[in-house]
Design a protein around this ligand. Structure first.
Ligand code: SF4
Length: 323
């Protein structure tokens, strides 16, 4: 069995930043101080479990958090209403929203301020889509599939723009965008693509490599949009594909008669999970790793000012206590 690792795979810059933020806060805070995270920091059960073990408390309702606590907003972004509720509860807010999600929020705000209607292409119940829609709920309608287009309530198609969720399949998004352009020829597109570099790069690699494999394993959690899209892309390429959280989720039946296996990982899946799967295949199925490099995508995001302010405040408090 030949094992090929798709390239690039795994953590993107936004996920690295968000996870680092929670780790850094846990590093400097007293173990008695509770650190809350609104929603899963990234959609990966192993990442969330590790941070939970370190003391982070994940919540889905801001009202559950005691007044005066520290709250981290997840990489998917939150609506202004969530931020306001947190401020009203006197929470110290640290924003781990990926800057590429913030860019989509900014586009939505800009169009809404002009009095335009906005079509948000994305998955209705996804945390990112809910956050973006919350920027201008009166102006934004969600388009999940082309079937939603006839139901749209459009007042003036010359004042209409679309934005997209960052983690869509580029192929699916293209189909919806083309259909929108047919219905509304004057629809305005965002200045740059909203689907992020990490989603695009991982999809390009799987689209290219999946047809050469008999099986594609995608490491990621079920609620990870970009991981699910990778599984779909491999299937569309004609290769059976499964989304697995870790090595324990591999069904031995999938591996029967398999000569070439491609492994990739969604943007929120840590590399050690890929390594464990490779070891398992080498040790138990005579697997041979034919390519393992992982390209450096050359992207990193600086820490948000809300974190640096928080860390400075901790430092000043500690110094004050010592003097
Ligand atoms: S997948 Fe893209 S948008 Fe999402 S956190 Fe990573 S870089 Fe940001």
């Amino acid at each position: 069995m030949r094992i090929k690792l798709s390239n690039p795979r795994g953590f993107c810059a936004g996920v690295r930043m968000a996870v680092d933020i929670v780790d850094q806060i846990l590093d400097v805070t007293d173990e008695n101080e509770k650190i809350y995270v609104y929603h899963e920091i990234v959609h990966n059960k192993h990442v969330v479990e590790r941070l939970r073990q370190r003391g982070a408390i994940f919540v889905e309702d801001i009202e559950e958090i005691p007044s005066g606590s520290v709250i981290v907003f997840s990489a998917h972004g939150v609506s202004p209403l969530i931020k306001k509720t947190a401020r009203n509860r006197n929470l110290t807010c640290i924003d781990a929203t990926c800057p590429l999600v913030t860019k989509v929020h900014a586009e939505a705000i800009r169009y809404a301020k002009r009095g335009w209607q906005i079509l948000l292409i994305g998955h209705k119940n996804h945390q990112e889509v809910m956050g973006t829609q919350g920027e201008a709920p009166h102006a934004i309608q969600i388009v999940e599939t082309v079937d939603d287009i006839p139901e749209l309530d459009i007042i003036d198609s010359t004042k209409l723009a679309y934005v997209t969720q960052t983690t869509l399949s580029t192929d699916d998004a293209e189909i919806i965008i083309r259909a929108l352009q047919e219905h509304f020829p004057e629809i305005h597109s965002p200045p740059t693509d909203d689907i992020c570099y990490a989603t695009t790069n991982r999809q390009i690699s799987v689209r290219m490599e999946a047809p050469k494999a008999n099986l594609v394993l995608v490491v990621g959690s079920k609620n990870s949009s970009n991981s699910l899209r990778l599984t779909e892309i491999a299937k569309t390429a004609g290769t059976p594909s499964y989304l697995v959280d870790d090595v324990s989720k591999i069904n031995p039946k999938w591996l029967q008669g398999i000569n070439d296996i491609l492994i990739t990982a969604g943007a929120s899946a840590p590399e050690h999970l890929v390594v464990e799967i490779v070891r398992h295949l080498v040790d138990n199925y005579g697997g041979e790793l034919v390519e393992e490099s992982n390209v450096d995508e050359g992207m990193s995001f600086s820490m948000p000012s809300s974190l640096t302010n928080f860390l400075q405040h901790i430092e000043i408090t500690v110094k004050g206590q010592k003097s």
